[in-house]
Each structure stands twice: as C-alpha cells, then as structure tokens.
Ligand binder design. Structure first.
Ligand code: FA5
Length: 344
C-alpha cells in the first residue's frame, strides 16, 4: 500500500507538471483526490492492515494528498495568471493608432437665423422673452382684440386642444403677456422667438409648424416712422443693401394701421418663380402700430403710451437669405441639406 501511495504521488505530480489547461487540471484533481479517486480507492484496503501499520499508512496518505493538492493549487495559480495575461494581450489597445474622425454637429439653420436676429435686436436695446406654445384662447385672440366669433380669427386656422386651450397660431400672445407683466406702467422693448402652429396645408412656403419672432416697442411718442426705421435696419442687416423692400397696407385686428413687409425674391431676383408664386416678392412679416384697445386691455394709458409691433417668419427669412426653395427642407432633417449651413 505504501508503494502504491508513493506511486500515485509520483504519477500525479508528473501529470500536474505536464498539464496545460485549467480543465485538465480539474480532471487530475478528481482522478486523484476525488471521492472515487485513486487515493480513496487505495485507502479502502486499510481494513486489512495491522493496528501498527494503519496510522503509518494514514499519515502517509495525508502527506500524499497534501503534496498533490499543493501542486494542483500552485499549478492553478500559474495557469490562471497565464490565462489572464493572454486575455490582456488580446484586449490590449494601441493608444498610438490614429483615431476615427469625429463628426461634429452644428446648430440647425433656423436656430442660427433666430440667434442672428436676436443679436441684432439685443444690440438695439430689445430684451428676449418667451411664451407658452400651448396658449389660452384669451392671450392668442381676445387680448389681441379678437373676441370670440370675430371673423378675423379665420385668418389663422387653429389647432384647438379644448374650447379654451390651443396651439398658439402666432407669437403675438407674448405681446399681451409682456405688457401685462409690465402692469401698463413701463416702456417695453422686447422680441420673442418661438414655434407656432397653423392648420395650413404644407407647400413650398407654408408649414403647419413654423417659427415666428414677435417684436414689441411701447413707450411715449412711438411712431410709425420708428417702426419703418427698425424694419429697414433689420432688412439691411439680414439681406444686404441691394435687396428691395416694400411695405403694403394690410389688416391685423391688433394693429392700426397695419402693414406687411415684402422683400424682393432672391431665388429669381424679382422675376417670378415658384418660391414667390410668380410675384417677385416674398412676404416676411406683418406689423403695425399697436391697437389702442390692446394697449388699454393691458393697462396702458393710450394718451401717454403708443407702440409698434411686428411678427416675422424666420423660416421664410432663411429661405430668402440662402435661396432655399422649399420650407419643408427645414423639417425633414436630411443631414446632407442641414450640414451645408453649419457654421464653422
Ligand atoms: C401674424 O401672425 C401676426 N401675428 C404678425 C403681426 C405681429 C402683425 C404683430 C402685426 C403685429 P401672419 O399671419 O401674416 O401674421 O404671419 C406672420 C409671418 O409668419 C408671415 O409674414 C410669414 O413670414 C410667416 N408665416 C405665416 N404662415 C406661415 C406658414 N404656414 N409657414 C411658414 N411661415 C408662415
């Protein structure tokens, strides 16, 4: 039995020394030290030994077991370290390799146009304000001299949410909100950019969702010539000295008198094309002197205060500035189109 145990130890240590994988090592552990392993099999014959031999063989068997187990553990550490090393080698990253080019995004063309207009008006002493896109009927219409049932409500086909709530059809409700916030006491000089919604059929120049920028100037002695001066300044800044501008008499219930401003079409240079519907002109804004009723509703004394307001469409302005022939290009998110207008 002694020889058998010595032989088992020799054989086990030789196998452990040769083994190359953790799986094989585990098999060796089972084969020699397991419940049905060689040592256990040999020790089953202990019963036949004399009382003196038994502790000697028992001690030897323990030593053999410890030797084999120690060798297995040592080998396991070596194999595990080798496996980890191999994995690290495989996953190694060469930080000196050139990287893939990073694609940079940029502001949407409409964002750039709106920011440009904001900069101009901030320079002229206007503040930038915001208002809600889900608006009340009161601010969108009533506070602007458009009581319920007024036929001019049809000028802007509206998405109603409830009888009293709607998607704002223009940025003009921010006029009423701002004047109320100023409690009819202080001069106002503000612009308000934002999205507006109308049940318009989409075509080259109409979108059901588009942007507007509202402008409002209320103070003592504000006159129509001030409005004309500011709009001319704006048109020159936006389109350069060589574009023609015209003011046409118009009607808005919240301004009196009212005008619309057209710019000569840049796409066809005034000759007539699909963008300007053959007229050579494109309407970019509506404006006028704030109606006395609107000033009064907001608490202003019309003997002291007067004002002008305008509402422009940055989408149409961008189309004119860059010669873009379809407003839908802004909203279909074709990156090949949009990236042409990313500022460096
Ligand atoms: C208004 O919305 C008035 N609130 C403007 C105003 C403000 C007048 C203050 C007086 C005082 P209008 O419906 O004309 O007006 O729209 C103003 C501008 O929005 C138009 O000149 C045009 O540039 C743009 N616009 C109108 N409808 C669309 C549309 N469906 N798609 C794209 N732009 C549009």
């Amino acid at each position: 039995m002694k020889e058998q145990l010595v032989e088992i130890q020799k054989e086990a240590l030789a196998k452990v020394a040769e083994v190359e994988t953790l799986k094989e090592l585990q098999e060796i552990q089972v084969a020699f030290l397991g419940r049905k392993g060689s040592i256990t099999t040999v020790l089953r014959g202990m019963g036949k030994l004399s009382a003196e031999e038994r502790p000697v063989i028992g001690e030897l068997a323990n030593n053999v077991r410890e030797e084999i187990s120690g060798a297995i553990q040592g080998k396991q550490t070596v194999l595990e370290e080798a496996a980890l090393e191999e994995q690290l080698q495989k996953e190694a990253i060469d930080v000196t390799l050139p990287s893939y080019p990073v694609k940079f995004g940029g502001p949407h063309i409409l964002t750039s146009i709106i920011e440009d207009i904001e900069d101009l008006f901030i320079g002229l002493g206007f503040e930038v304000r915001e208002g809600p896109e889900v608006e009340t009927d009161y601010y969108n219409f009533e506070a602007l001299n458009l009581p319920k049932g007024h036929p001019a409500r049809d000028m802007q086909d509206t998405f109603y949410i409830t009888n009293e709530l709607l998607l704002r059809t223009h940025t003009s409700p921010v006029q009423a909100r701002t004047m109320q916030a100023y409690k009819g006491q202080q001069p106002v000089r503000m612009i308000c950019p934002g999205k507006v919604y109308r049940r318009d059929n989409d075509d080259a120049t109409h979108s059901h969702q588009f942007n507007q920028i509202e402008g409002l100037y209320v103070d003592k002695n504000v006159r129509m010539s001030d409005l004309k001066g500011i709009l001319t300044e704006f048109a020159k800044h936006m389109f350069g000295q060589d574009r023609d501008i015209r003011l046409r008499p118009s009607f808005f219930p919240f301004t009196e008198p009212s005008v619309e401003m057209d710019i000569s079409c840049k796409v066809c240079n005034g000759k007539g094309c699909s963008v300007c519907k053959g007229t050579g002109w494109i309407e970019i804004l509506g404006a006028g002197m704030v109606h006395p009723k609107v000033l009064e509703m907001a608490g202003y004394d019309t003997k002291v205060y007067s004002g002008f307001a305008f509402g422009m469409g940055p989408d149409r302005i961008a189309m004119l500035k860059y010669g873009i022939d379809d407003i839908r290009q802004f909203y279909t998110n074709d990156i090949r189109f949009l990236k042409q207008y990313h500022k460096a």
